[in-house]
Design a protein around this ligand. Structure first.
Ligand code: ADP
Ligand code: ZN
Ligand code: ZN
Length: 731
């Protein structure tokens, strides 16, 4: 007879590649506990909240401890989601407990029971009905006015973010009351407030192909900027909702603007739940749970939204699928686009990857037939593509990097009532502070190597120095530390300095700077844009400007200095630069206003610029894919990067050498251990080992044997190390 399977296998949020066995809490039978449930257990004198991943038999001679509690009777990670996350942990060779914890909203990672699993809504109390007509206009009054009917909290979350504080005030005044809701779901009170445009033939055939998908299918919606990709998503989402299913839409961090959400809301007629880093922990958890219960029908979110439960999934969309923000750079190094495809397959639903500049991986997958390739070659409606011109700025006088020709074009565009975008991929005032007398320049003491320390960027209008690698800040010295000269001069121009020059030159016009320094806060950014409206004005910024807020009056784009990107060593830098140029250029000339793009360069004959401007993104991509194939880079080989760092150079080098020895003759290519291209950051010496193989299977087989052995090395606990599967940067 088989012994009863009395032990629970628990994945704990620890960087260890194993599960732990526990007995169920006293009084609970193991058989009633389901995989995916949260469980609170004692561990090394602490309490940890883990996830039950299965049942097992006690190992001989080991007496498992009883767990402390099961916070709820339902599994939070159920079915497909749990299985997909288990797959992800295996693929990333990351500890399962870490991966599962990472998928939960922060509030739910702790073991506290869910405050309340019944749904609640709000309505006016009797006193509220009486008081409403006489209330002063404002947020509380507007909120109260909505509550003649009971409003679901999920609806309030989706449609009136930030409602909780004013609602508390109303409750304290006895004007509103919270009531439990009984029916399982909806009906939500919203309805489309904006009609859909008639899709053009290209859009229609793309949308029809997606609608026709029966079960899993992956599509690359490859459409030039302004070709109406969003309309195709909206059509597919509308169809998905009509079939009674949920839709998940992933957008890049910068793409999730209030403007974009408003467009979705107005067009779909159901609440749209946003999920992004700007929300509070409580709001994130509420939305995640609403998705789990099937209450949230459309979830639009950034990277980590790929982890929402979708019990009634019908469609997954990844907008701007090439965007770098989909890759997580620390902790669990997953790629949200790739995991979205895995989930869609497991859920048996179509997934649409959209971009004007598809990642070379995705193009390659489309060319090899793995994704259906849907093309939108023309701009929707009346808009024409912008005219792109390369400006050779060699030997031209430049002011904060801007040539006379660019300045003239800006003046003309403003005079014609247009808006101008000036793009420079360098934030701060100037990239270097130089002593004009002795050649000293400001460097970070903690980054770069002694031979080549990394420069500190000048910020704060020339008063402050900041290291963009480690964040270290200090004041600009009054005099040169080497020769005491007062001739310290900022060299080159970042966005701050360009802003300063444009403000001087075009006094009387609005000049808005958009970069991580100026607009960390999402709402602040939105306010800026609203203040600008349709007036003539200039936007100066970094890649944050490549997408996001729609600017219908934008007639001129000036790209200042692409040259840094043309000669970077990273194998992906050409792809990134081409994407950035095409995306920034694509912002010009929407609607009925034709646009112009000026690209300033000291290398007008560079092949990348040539191919891109003469042949467009696809000509560039074809050439670049050929080069990648010849050089043996992704997508033709598969990479994994093992990184190690410590305060001294030897331990990381030795650790990675041990890894190399452990790999032995695994039939994969190994390069290193070598210092990372950025060999020292924040005082840590960084070393890396690059593993590559022409087949994914071979690489993963090698990692499968390597990782447990690596974890077992004593050195593994004495330094920081990480494995990055499919690294985006070899940095
Ligand atoms: P993309 O997402 O490809 O950049 P959008 O979906 O934002 O493009 O569409 C660009 C602009 O064209 C928007 O202003 C949109 O309203 C408009 N548009 C899209 N499709 C159509 C259509 N079929 N008819 C008229 N206008 C359209
Ligand atoms: Zn000096
Ligand atoms: Zn630094």
């Amino acid at each position: 007879m088989q012994a009863p399977r009395s032990v629970l296998r628990v994945a704990l949020p620890l960087p260890l590649p194993r599960t732990f066995d526990y007995l169920p809490p006293p009084g609970v039978a193991a058989a009633t506990v389901v995989a995916g449930q949260r469980i609170v257990v004692p561990f090394a004198g602490r309490e940890l909240c883990g996830i039950v991943v299965g049942h097992g038999d006690p190992e001989p001679g080991i007496e498992p401890k009883p767990a402390l509690a099961l916070p709820e009777a339902l599994p939070l990670l159920q079915g497909e989601l749990l299985a997909s996350l288990q797959w992800l942990a295996g693929y990333l060779h990351a500890p399962l407990g870490d991966v599962l914890a990472n998928a939960l909203p922060a509030v739910l990672r702790r073991g506290e029971p869910l405050a309340d699993t019944t749904r609640h809504g709000w309505r006016l109390a009797e006193a509220g009905c009486t008081a409403l007509p006489a209330m002063r206009a404002g947020r509380p009054q507007a909120l109260a006015a909505l509550l003649a009917d009971v409003r679901d909290e999920a609806w309030l979350d989706a449609e009136h973010a930030g409602w909780r504080a004013p609602m508390r005030g109303l409750r304290e005044r006895g004007l509103v009351e919270r009531v439990a809701l009984h029916q399982e779901r909806g009906p939500f009170p919203a309805a489309p407030t904006q009609p859909a445009p008639v899709l053009n033939p290209e859009q229609r055939s793309a949308a029809d192909a997606i609608r026709a998908a029966d079960g899993f299918a992956s599509f690359l919606l490859d459409g030039v900027t302004g070709s109406g990709k969003t309309e195709v998503y909206l059509d597919a989402i509308g169809d998905c909702l009509a079939r009674g299913r949920q839709a998940l839409v992933l957008v890049p961090e910068i793409g999730l603007t209030p403007q974009a959400l408003a467009r979705f809301r107005a067009r779909l007629g159901v609440p749209v739940h946003a999920l992004h880093s700007g929300l509070g922990d409580g709001e994130r958890a509420a939305t995640w749970l609403a998705a789990m219960r099937g209450q949230a029908r459309v979830i639009v979110g950034t990277r980590s939204a790929v982890f929402v439960p979708l019990p009634e999934a019908g469609l997954v969309v990844v907008d701007e699928e090439h965007d770098g923000s989909y890759k997580q750079f620390d902790g669990i190094r997953y790629h949200a686009r790739d995991f979205a495809i895995v989930r869609a397959r497991a859920l048996g639903v179509p997934v649409v990857l959209g971009s004007a500049t598809p990642a070379l991986e995705s193009l390659h997958n489309a060319q090899s037939g793995r994704h259906a390739h849907l093309r939108l070659r023309h701009r929707a409606g009346a808009a024409r593509p912008p005219a792109v011109r390369v400006l050779d700025v060699r030997k031209r006088p430049l002011q904060a990097g801007l040539s006379g020709e660019s300045l003239d074009a800006i003046r003309a565009a403003l005079q014609a009532g247009g808006q101008v975008l000036v793009f420079k991929n360098r934030r701060g005032y100037a990239p270097v502070l130089l002593c004009h007398d002795c050649g000293w320049s400001a460097h970070c003491t903690r980054c770069g190597t002694p031979e080549k320390p990394s420069a500190m960027t000048v910020h704060g209008g020339g008063r402050r120095l900041q290291c963009h690698h480690c964040g270290h800040r200090r004041a600009v010295p009054l005099a040169c530390p080497d020769c005491a000269s007062l001739g310290l001069q900022p060299q080159g121009a970042g966005t701050e300095r360009i802003e300063e020059v444009l403000q001087e030159r075009f006094a009387g016009n609005t000049v808005l700077r958009i970069d991580r320094g100026s607009s960390g806060h999402r709402d602040a950014l939105q306010k800026h844009f609203e203040a600008l409206g349709a007036q003539p004005g200039i936007l100066v910024g970094t890649q944050m400007l490549a997408k996001g807020h729609d600017l219908p009056n934008l007639t001129l784009v000036v790209v200042v200095g692409v040259d840094e990107g043309l000669f970077s060593a990273d194998f992906r830098s050409a792809e990134k630069l081409a994407q950035l140029l095409v995306q920034v250029a694509g912002r010009a000339g929407r609607a009925d206003k034709p646009g112009t793009v000026l690209v300033q360069t000291h290398h007008p004959d560079h092949p990348l610029l040539h191919t891109l401007i003469a042949g467009g993104y696809h000509a560039f991509a074809d050439a670049e894919l050929q080069q990648r194939e010849a050089a043996g880079f992704p997508p033709f080989t598969y990479l994994a990067l093992l990184r190690a760092e410590a305060k001294h150079a030897d331990p990381p080098m030795q650790f990675l050498q041990q890894a190399r020895d452990l790999l032995g003759d695994a039939g994969i290519e190994i390069s290193g251990p070598l210092p990372a291209p950025m060999p020292r950051r924040a005082g840590y010496l960084r070393t890396q080992l690059v593993l590559s193989a022409p087949e994914r299977r071979r690489l993963h087989a090698a990692l499968d044997t390597l990782l447990p052995r690596l974890h077992a090395l004593p050195a593994a606990r004495k330094l920081r190390w990480s494995l990055d599967v499919d690294p985006v940067e070899l940095y």
